[in-house]
Design a protein around this ligand. Structure first.
Ligand code: GLY
Ligand code: MN
Ligand code: MN
Length: 456
């Protein structure tokens, strides 16, 4: 197993006990959740970093490798082998099964092989690594209806966060804010994207955290999930950085900022940036319990469309432009997603968590990448991340150009070529009174961003 994150066993055990009691209230059948194992990278002993399955983490608390938990009626049985002398030779000693069982408040603990005696009838969620998934299928008799009921029960719990989760989410957010400030300070013409990424990830690693997802640090922000870091920063470039820390217990953060590499936005960059910021601010201001997340998305689209009409890039009535998805030419993704143990929380379950029962993805150009369509509840954490991108695959597509020929002033758009991609992303806790932006310590207005870059 990996080293134990520092946390008092008393509070961890209490939290985990409460979570499994809440699960037990919803289910009348046993459950087994697996942690998984690391996958081989290029040969078996050289592996990708281990990341425990998030459903396991939610109820077992610790990133134990090759472990399982059996849950029934609120009781937790830990299935885990003690470290062998051979493993200890390479990886060092680990706490014993009994010590771990005490830390997580397990009611019983057995070697992993005992699972075969406990499990056949249990419901589960399949993990991502293929070897463990095969084991799950070999040990269990599958019950699709039960597995679905289990997924729904877990979603009902994980949609909103308890105090322990919020403490970890805030820790991850704080470190991500520091990473972004370090990235701004490290930015200078002539450096590479890789050097800025290194400065940002150094902060995360220095706090003994990991990245919650592959960092995006790019002067080509129009490539939405750009994972190349080879460009040299040139005067006039905007740098888009989407970097988030994951706490030692697995809780994620997800921040994007976009800044000018010289420390000063051009007039065109500033104009578009302020429109994206207005969309971001409007969506956050409207977030509160009972509001549909889809409405926040449409509000951001409306503000974006209004701004682009004012700039002369779009032509027409903003509301009608949004109804025709014209905004999606420049903002083709959704306003955000759930955040928790996963950066796109519970997306291993497809849209089951993101979409309320009986709701499905739209095939509309402006809605099909919306990852969350539920009414907001106090205790949810969501991201708000509008953007503006000039994606050649969209804007040069003959069918789109013809469809939107009269709604875009293509000549005017030519004057904004130094704006390839802008995104502004924050992590927002929904509270009874409205919202609390967990990442608010990182400024988003142009003046403060310019100061942070120039100070570096
Ligand atoms: N970092 C991925 C996202 O913002 O969804
Ligand atoms: Mn995000
Ligand atoms: Mn992001």
């Amino acid at each position: 197993m990996t080293a134990m994150p520092a946390i008092t066993s008393h509070s961890l055990a209490d939290t985990l006990r409460r979570r499994r009691q809440q699960l037990a209230k919803q289910l009348d059948f046993p459950v087994v959740l697996w942690s998984g194992q690391s996958s081989a990278r290029n040969f078996p002993a050289n592996t990708y970093p281990f990341r425990a399955n998030s459903h396991f983490l939610y109820f077992a608390g610790l990133p134990l490798m090759q472990a399982a938990i059996h849950l029934e009626g609120g009781r937790l049985t830990l299935l885990l082998d003690d470290t062998t002398p051979e493993s200890a030779l390479w990886h060092g000693p680990s706490p014993s099964r009994e010590q771990i069982a005490e830390q997580i408040g397990a009611d019983a603990a057995f070697p992993y092989s005992h699972l075969a005696k406990l499990a056949p009838d249990a419901a589960t969620v399949l993990v991502q690594d293929a070897a463990t998934a095969a084991e799950q299928l070999a040990i269990l008799t599958l019950h699709p209806a039960r597995d679905h009921a289990l997924a729904q029960a877990i979603i009902a719990l994980r949609l909103t966060h308890d105090d322990a989760a919020l403490t970890s989410l805030r820790q991850a957010a704080t470190v991500s804010v520091q990473a972004h400030k370090a990235g701004m300070a490290a930015t200078a013409v002539g450096k590479t994207e890789a050097a800025v990424r290194a400065a940002m990830e150094a902060v995360i690693m220095g706090e003994n955290m990991t990245c919650a997802y592959n960092s995006i640090v790019t002067t080509h922000g129009e490539v939405l999930h750009n994972e190349h870091y080879g460009h040299r920063l040139q005067s006039g470039d905007l740098l888009l950085a989407d970097v988030g820390a994951e706490s030692p217990l697995g809780w994620a953060s997800d921040i994007t900022r976009t800044w000018p590499v010289t420390g000063e936005f051009s007039a065109t960059q500033r104009a578009v940036y302020d429109i994206v910021l207005a969309a971001h601010d409007a969506a956050i201001a409207a977030a509160r319990p009972g509001v549909e997340y889809r409405e926040l998305h449409l509000l951001a689209c409306q503000v974006l469309a209004e701004g682009l009409v004012d700039l002369g890039i779009l032509q027409g009535q903003p509301q009608s432009l949004v109804e025709q998805d014209a905004h999606a030419l420049f903002f083709p993704h959704g306003i955000g997603h759930l955040l928790g143990l996963d950066v796109h929380d519970m997306e291993d379950l497809g849209d089951l968590a993101g979409y309320a029962p009986d709701r499905h993805r739209s095939d509309r150009f402006g809605l099909k990448f919306l990852r969350l369509d539920r009414p907001l509840q106090a205790g949810m954490v969501v991201t708000i991340e509008p953007g503006f991108y000039q994606v050649p695959g969209i804007l040069q597509d003959p069918a789109r150009r013809s469809q939107y020929q009269t709604l875009v002033n293509w000549e005017r758009l030519q004057q904004f070529q130094d704006v390839r991609g802008i995104r502004i992303e924050d992590d927002v806790l929904i509270t009874a009174a409205g919202s609390d932006v967990l990442t608010a310590a990182l400024p988003s207005n142009t003046k403060a961003i310019e100061a942070l870059v120039s100070r570096g």
